[in-house]
Design a protein around this ligand. Structure first.
Ligand SMILES: [Fe+2]
Ligand SMILES: [Fe+2]
Length: 136
């Protein structure tokens, strides 16, 4: 059993975004597996980068759809994305400056925790409006 198991309870009611979120969970599990096996920073870093890149892509795609339906919570939702993206930029600069295993693991955990919490608390709020706008 993977550490970050997808549960139906995480569904945001939009298949495309559920698929994005599932992909993020998959990468998080790959990262966890590598950390468990004690892999070095050089092995883990490309997967961390993949998680970060896919996160950026996903946040942008979510914002485009929220904009297209005139989502009522868009300002605070985009702000949550921006605060996190700024943190990601800083974190990746830290990785670039010194790829120690400590830094890579710390950042991987921060990203995974943020994603799970964000999906469950913030993303799920758009479900009724997306559904009303016919986006599934
Ligand atoms: Fe999301
Ligand atoms: Fe989001």
């Amino acid at each position: 059993m993977a550490l970050y198991d997808w549960k139906d309870d995480y569904s945001v009611g939009v298949a495309r975004f559920d698929n994005h979120h599932k992909r993020l969970f998959d990468i998080a599990n790959q990262l966890h597996e590598m950390m468990k096996l004690g892999k070095g920073a050089d092995v883990i870093e490309p997967t961390l980068r993949e998680l970060v890149d896919y996160t950026r892509y996903h946040l942008t795609e979510e914002e485009k759809v929220m904009e297209s339906i005139g989502y009522s919570n868009i300002v605070s939702h985009k702000m949550a994305h921006k605060v996190f993206t700024d943190q990601l930029n800083e974190a990746m600069a830290e990785v670039d400056a010194g790829k120690t295993i400590f830094v890579v693991i710390k950042i991987a955990k921060t990203v995974i925790d943020w994603l799970i919490n964000h999906i469950y608390v913030i993303d799920k709020k758009y479900l009724p409006e997306m559904s009303a706008a016919g986006i599934r």
